[in-house]
Design a protein around this ligand. Structure first.
Ligand SMILES: [Zn+2]
Ligand SMILES: [Zn+2]
Length: 358
């Protein structure tokens, strides 16, 4: 096998099938045979060309699981893997020498390299994204073992679960019995629900819009005590606080990225409470009454990426305690990635996440 297929975004909103030579892994590298890749919520921005790292041509895909196909010199020892093993590869690639890599927050690495996001595919080794049959795993990657009995759609979402852990625990510092409000029941909100549930938060409330009914159902399955659908004409603040006895929350996680949701979240945090902003607005301005932050000494934090939180995510996914695979609601063959991407963008009411099958 000397060639393989990959889907290439050649220009904004144009993704086509292409064939590439399969690279021979060099020292510290290995070839990954992709089993499953999920379309991330940030992939449509790269696809449309308005992501800060948009460039063309590009093979997207950074949420993936696969099998170790061919090992380069030293890679078996370096990663503790052998050929045929099932692994997830984290999206971020460490330079290993900047202050961020050296202090363990490698998603802020100064070289800013991640699979399916930062590389173009117009020069060797070409295959550095997951919408492909094979991907080259290069030096500086983080690799984890995934049990054979874990559904591929769950394994592909390991880094998403890592996000939830980062926002709820590493940033949000949740503790047993904390009241937690999660705004937005997309994949990131659902991952946050799992992290809050495992942390013994009580109550956990997840809010969404009328089109989010199925997502709210899944949040309940993942441990949310109540789901709140905010309909037109309702007072969102009253609705969000009602299941917490009308009280403000210890921790609020904002995963919707809409101006109204971000402002709502601030009004739901208790004095001295924590507010983690994880939703991106795409550069839009958001009006906030900052007196609340000052007077009530609210701690506001950004949440992005998942360095070191993937270790725990792998354990959660391997444990099969949560049906993480249910976050993926639709599957498309890899060759129909363009159709899958459009379906994902056009159907937020019935689609949480899409997976591609090579
Ligand atoms: Zn992602
Ligand atoms: Zn670095």
């Amino acid at each position: 096998m000397t060639e393989c297929m990959a889907m290439v975004v050649e220009a904004p909103e144009r993704m086509v099938r292409r064939r590439f030579p399969v690279p021979e892994p060099g020292p510290g590298e290995f070839l990954l045979k992709i089993e499953r890749v999920a379309i991330c919520g940030s992939d449509p921005k790269l696809y449309k060309g308005f992501h800060k790292r948009s460039s063309f041509p590009k093979i997207l895909g950074h949420e993936l699981v696969g099998f170790v196909d061919r090992l380069g010199p030293g890679a078996a020892k370096k990663y503790g893997i052998e050929e045929g093993e099932r692994v997830v590869v984290e999206p971020y690639i460490l330079c290993g020498s900047c202050r961020y890599c050296l202090t363990g927050i490698y998603h802020s690495c100064e070289r800013e390299r991640n699979y399916g996001v930062s590389f173009t595919c117009d020069r060797p080794p070409y295959l550095l994204g997951g919408y492909a049959q094979y991907m080259l795993v290069i030096e500086g990657s983080k690799v984890h073992h995934i049990h054979r009995d874990v559904p591929a759609n769950a394994a592909a979402l390991t880094s998403v679960i890592g996000n939830g852990i980062r926002w709820v625990r590493t940033k949000g510092n949740v503790t047993l019995g904390d009241s937690v409000l999660i705004i937005g029941p997309g994949s990131q909100g659902l991952a946050s629900t799992i992290a809050a549930s495992l942390s013994g938060a009580d109550p956990i409330i997840v809010t969404g819009l009328p089109e989010d009914k199925a997502r709210i159902e899944l949040a309940r399955e993942f441990g949310a005590h109540h789901g709140v659908i905010i309909e037109d004409g309702m007072d969102p603040l009253l609705e969000a606080l009602a299941p917490n006895g009308g009280n403000l929350y210890d921790l609020v996680i904002e995963c919707a990225g809409a101006a109204s949701a971000i402002s709502l979240g601030l009004h739901c945090v208790r004095p001295q409470g924590r507010y983690v902003l994880a939703g991106l607005t795409g550069g839009k301005k958001v009006e906030l009454i900052t007196d609340r932050i000052v007077n009530d000494e609210i701690q506001i934090m950004g949440g992005h990426g998942q360095a070191w939180d993937v270790e725990a995510a792998v354990k959660i996914v391997n444990s099969r305690r949560f049906a993480v695979e249910k976050i993926i609601t639709h599957e498309f063959p890899l060759a129909e990635a363009d159709r899958g991407m459009r379906f994902f963008m056009d159907n937020p009411d019935k689609c949480i996440r899409v997976a591609l099958l090579p």
